[in-house]
Design a binder for this molecule. Structure first.
Ligand code: F6R
Length: 613
């Protein structure tokens, strides 16, 4: 959720910290703050709202030299959990003495009892946060060794944390640690950058170290030492980032979301490249790490994820059953471990996550590992916790996704799931020819998506006449049902229009009561099995005055005749059609949000990476 940046080196910390926070703002953006050590003095500046507010405020509060002379420090952009987004609740938080400053990502679950204990000892708290309790706890244990004080405090903490801590009593040192919330160290030339996400490191270095859970690092400008919480040294390899700093720029587009929608032909090409084997009529997914024999032993597939990643899983469910004759089901990651799922050796659990850090999905991975299932990750962020804990899996190669609303990660997730289903299908019922035919369908996906993106202006015009509505329904059947759910999610999260996705047949079981003259119904009426029934459902909506925007297969005049407005999706296999159809709905949501003047890349109340339960 929140973003953490720390800098120690030869340069002035504030500009670097502010730049890093801008890069991480998509992770949380309701307040921000930074703390620096200037000589032996600890200075803290905080502001509610965007990082721009912090920049302005710190420039007023701090002398101008601080922005040019060497210093080091830590910074944070917050997504509120405990207490509203006020200046008092913004990080960094100080301890009782005011000598220590701490930024924190995660949740200290036992903060109430810790706070009561500290209050009984005379500590006075200035915020409602769990984080301030941790700062005080460290201060309470602090004699002369900050590292030891942080270790001692973390031993008393239940919950999750990624933290960075500084003290004016021990200049030239940042202590950082993680459990359940990522921390990456960027190893530069005489400087070290600490971040919760590599995006903040890119501008400085490509060399990084990922901390593991329960690692604690002593970070100096030219030296990093990592230990576990029992003070035993641990070795963590230096990895090379494969990201390019320009990926974090808008590149001429008005918003990251629009840029990322337009990137999809390329990101899908990257997701598919080298993974189709036309001669065998199969796919090559070495990350799956399973032999055809092991694949043949899988009796059931369980897909877990949250939000948009859950929706791609729902499409995967159709694909595995249809192409691979394998029973498949989707479970919400947040429910998975609490329902004590019946999972065993012959089950394959696929954890789907763009960020690879979503707390609920990670917990599901751990539960499935406990139960002895085959567990695979389907992640976008390389080196993320889920990717590392699953050990085997497939990267999406979608490239960095900055906009909070997921677009290119979703379509790459579906493409990868289709390739997985193809591989399993070949080890079961698919003939070589059938496999080859489906591989050709997958190969065509980038160009199908490009054909939809080429309709951008047409979709923008359609959006004009739907943007004033406050409610919308999305309907579909078969694999288009999850696309309807995803279309509704996209619209509601960025435009704040109340949108619901339903199976086309479900409307008449209740929601149809809400239709009145002009209510938008966005119907996925592609020419796939069940289309006639969907057209019937559309007639039912029209009879109640609804206005219908139909996604139809190009050239389908029968379907076009039923609609008020039409977006044409190129003809293709029904499972493949989910991808260009989803792209059309991404553009539709984008233009509606643009027309309504919404903050598209950073919608209210949301954050990109949800590392709390
Ligand atoms: C919606 C969206 C979220 C995420 C969800 C899971 O546009 O982005 O619903 O899909 O928070 O995130 P990941 O995929 O990172 O696990």
């Amino acid at each position: 959720m929140c973003g953490i940046v720390g800098y120690i080196g030869k340069a002035a910390a504030p500009p670097i910290l502010l730049h890093g926070l801008r890069r991480l703002e998509y992770r949380g953006y309701d307040s921000a703050g930074m703390a620096i050590i200037d000589g032996r003095q600890l200075l803290v500046s905080k502001a509610p709202g965007k990082v721009a507010n912090l920049k302005e405020k710190s420039k007023c509060e701090w002398p101008a030299e601080l922005f040019s002379q060497p210093s080091y420090g830590i910074a944070h952009t917050r997504w509120a959990t405990h207490g509203p987004p006020t200046e008092a609740n913004a990080h960094p938080h100080r301890d009782q003495s005011g000598e220590i400053a701490l930024v924190h990502n995660g949740i200290i679950e036992n903060y109430r009892s810790l706070r009561a204990r500290l209050e009984a000892k005379g500590h006075v708290f200035l915020s409602e946060t769990d984080t301030e309790v941790l700062a005080h706890l460290i201060g309470d244990r602090y004699e002369e060794n900050l590292f030891q004080a942080v270790c001692d405090a973390l031993h008393q903490v239940e919950g999750t944390f990624g933290i960075a801590v500084i003290s004016s009593r021990e200049p030239g040192l940042i202590i950082t640690a993680r459990r359940g919330s990522p921390i990456v160290l960027g190893i530069g030339d005489g400087e070290t950058i600490i971040a919760s996400d590599a995006a903040a490191i890119l501008a400085h270095t490509q060399r990084v170290i990922y901390l593991d859970d329960n690692d604690i690092a002593i970070v100096k400008a030219d030296h990093v030492e990592i230990r576990d919480l029992n003070n035993v040294p641990v070795n963590r390899a230096v990895a090379e980032l494969e990201l390019d700093a320009s990926a974090a720029e808008k590149g001429g587009f008005a918003h990251f979301m629009l840029k990322e929608i337009h990137e999809q032909p390329e990101s899908l090409r990257n997701a598919i490249r080298g993974r189709l084997d036309f001669a065998l009529g199969s796919s090559v997914l070495s990350g799956m790490g399973t032999s055809p024999r092991e694949l043949a032993e899988i009796n059931r597939i369980v897909l877990v994820g949250c939000g948009t990643s859950l929706h791609s899983g729902l499409i995967g469910e159709y694909a595995f059953e249809d192409l691979a004759d394998t029973p498949a089901e989707v479970q919400q990651a947040a429910e998975f471990r609490y329902r004590n799922p019946i999972i065993g050796r012959s089950d394959l659990v696929i954890a789907i996550s763009q960020s690879g850090e979503t707390a609920d999905t990670l917990a599901a991975v751990r539960e499935a590992n406990q139960k002895g299932a085959f567990v695979m990750g389907l992640c976008n962020v390389v080196g993320s916790t889920i990717a590392r804990e699953t050990g085997r899996g497939i990267y999406l190669h979608a490239g960095p996704e900055i906009s909070v609303a997921s677009t290119k990660a979703f379509t790459c997730q579906v493409a990868v799931l289709l390739m997985m289903a193809l591989k399993m299908g070949r080890s079961r019922r698919f003939s070589r020819q059938e496999g080859m035919d489906f591989a050709r369908q997958i190969e065509a996906i980038p160009s199908l998506v490009a054909q939809v993106i080429a309709q951008n202006d047409h979709i923008a015009r359609i959006a004009e006449s739907y943007a004033a509505n406050e409610h919308a329904f999305f309907i579909g059947r078969g694999p288009m049902y999850p696309v309807a759910l995803e279309g509704a999610l996209k619209l509601k999260e960025i435009s704040y229009i109340h949108a619901e996705g339903y199976h086309a047949a479900e409307l008449k079981h209740g929601p149809i009561a809400l239709l009145e003259k002009g209510t938008p119904v966005i119907a996925l009426a592609n020419d796939i099995p069940g289309k006639d029934k969907t057209l019937g459902n559309i007639e039912e909506c029209k009879a109640r005055g609804a206005r219908i925007l139909g996604l139809i297969t190009a050239g389908d005049e029968e379907a076009a005749a039923v609609m008020d407005d039409v977006i044409e999706i190129p003809a293709c296999h029904p499972l493949v059609a989910t991808i260009p159809s989803a792209v059309a709905l991404q553009l539709f949501a984008y233009h509606i949000a643009r027309i309504r003047g919404c903050e598209i890349d950073q919608p209210r109340n949301l954050a990109k990476s949800v590392t709390v339960e």
